[in-house]
Design a protein around this ligand. Structure first.
Ligand code: GDP
Length: 408
């Protein structure tokens, strides 16, 4: 019995030893594998190069005597696709956003435009279809249009046309539908559907199109550059951004974030207060090197001193033009600032030749008439409108859709 007992114990002991050896082996294997995975995980991307590029020599002889600061070498290339190895666990790259297509954006955002601006249309419809309009009623029509920031000239013109139509009609009680049709036609004439509102955004003569975006800080300039990049990405354009608003510390970060969301590289300086002209120069150069379709350059807009602003913008323009013509200068105006915005527009158009207006924050104002006023004053078309803070709340301006949204 004792011998049998001893034998059983021997067997149990042997089994236990075998089990321990097996467990140790398995643990060892697992550890080895996971540490191999760590070794093979790709290293984080290298930091942006900080070694400065030598400034182009001809820039040092810039007419105003101001040379160009050196900048870190631009990093225009897109991140390389990681090599996939079956054995490696690779962290998922953030997926790029797919921006909404530009087509039909204004129609999609129509409700927002109508919400803030339908007061103009409604007030006019009520007044005009009342019949038997006396002088007081016509003054009310005028006041409504002036309050909507249409401007005195355009208001007088519109009222004159409407008065003639009411007189010709002669019925004394015009139907609302008829008045609506007149209003739409006359407003559309004022907004001018014939203006060329296309934006230069494809390669021209074998080089990237260059868009310069100017405007007072706070009008929504940087946001507009980011949103415009999305519009162009949705149209399959190869876009590159230049963060030449070097005055506001956060502007370059803000722009880079906008670009990164849709896979668009941003050329910037790591140095706060760097020469904006140098950043603009590097952005245009990088765009040429990677054969981008279009480069969009954000600029600073400090209006504290008109002469300073004009000098700065003038220099950015001259330095860019040393390597490429500027195809588009978009002036960003905040629609809620009314007449003040128009004064800003004058200052900017003295410094650069504005080719198009971007009216931001039209979602937050009942002063849609500013579209007409600013076009008349500057003689250039409104090309884009901002209708909210969302990434895709920027729409190509369409005269018919705009008038439809206002008059209803
Ligand atoms: P910048 O100083 O001119 O570059 O202005 P930002 O791009 O930083 O924008 C200033 C503020 O305006 C931000 O809070 C934007 O979200 C806001 N903004 C820009 N465009 C629009 C717009 O179309 N509608 C509304 N409601 N807000 C806007």
């Amino acid at each position: 019995m004792g011998a049998v007992f001893d034998q059983v114990w021997e067997i149990v002991a042997v089994c236990a030893i075998v089990a321990i050896v097996l467990v140790a082996g398995v643990v060892g294997l697992v550890r080895g594998r996971s540490s191999r995975q760590k070794e093979l995980t790709p290293p984080p991307p290298p930091p942006k190069p900080s070694s400065p590029t030598a400034p182009p020599t001809d820039l040092d002889s810039d007419a105003d005597g101001g040379g160009v600061d050196t900048l870190p070498a631009p990093t225009p290339t897109r991140p390389a696709e990681p090599e996939v190895d079956d054995d490696i666990l690779i962290e998922e790259l953030p997926t790029l956003e797919r921006p909404a297509s530009a087509r039909g954006r204004l129609a999609r955002l129509r409700a927002r435009l109508a919400r803030s601006n339908s007061a103009i249309g409604n007030a006019l419809l009520v007044l005009l279809s009342r019949g038997g309009l006396d002088e007081e009623a016509w003054e009310e029509v005028e006041d409504t249009l002036i309050r909507a920031d249409l401007g005195v000239d355009a208001t007088n013109e519109l009222v004159e046309r409407l008065r003639t139509k009411v007189k010709v009609d002669g019925s004394g009680a015009t139907s609302e539908a008829e008045v609506k049709a007149w209003l739409k036609a006359d407003l559309l004439d004022l907004v001018d559907p014939e203006m060329d509102r296309r934006i230069a955004s494809s390669r021209i003569d074998g080089r990237p199109a260059v868009i310069l975006v100017v405007g007072v800080n706070g009008t929504g300039k940087t946001t507009t550059v980011g949103k415009l990049a999305r519009v162009l990405v949705s149209e399959d354009r190869d876009v590159i951004l230049g963060a030449a608003d070097t005055f506001r510390a956060a502007a370059a970060d803000q722009l880079e974030t906008w670009g990164a969301r849709v896979g668009v590289p941003t050329i910037r300086s790591e140095k706060e207060g760097a020469d904006p002209a140098a950043v603009a120069f590097d952005a245009v150069k990088a765009a040429g090197e990677i054969e981008a379709d279009v480069v969009i350059i954000d600029t600073a807009g400090r209006l504290h001193n008109k002469v300073g602003l004009m000098d700065e913008l003038g220099k950015v323009k001259r330095v860019i033009e040393k390597q490429s013509p500027i195809d588009e200068v978009l002036l960003v105006l905040d629609a809620t600032t009314g007449q003040n915005g128009l004064r800003q527009a004058e200052v900017f158009s003295e410094a650069v030749k504005v080719t198009g207006i971007v009216l931001t924050k039209l979602d937050g104002t009942a002063k849609g008439g500013i579209v007409v006023a600013v076009q008349r004053q500057l003689g250039v078309p409104v090309k884009l409108v901002g209708l909210g803070e969302g990434p895709d709340d920027l729409a190509p301006f369409d005269a018919e859709a705009f008038v439809d949204a206002i008059v209803g």
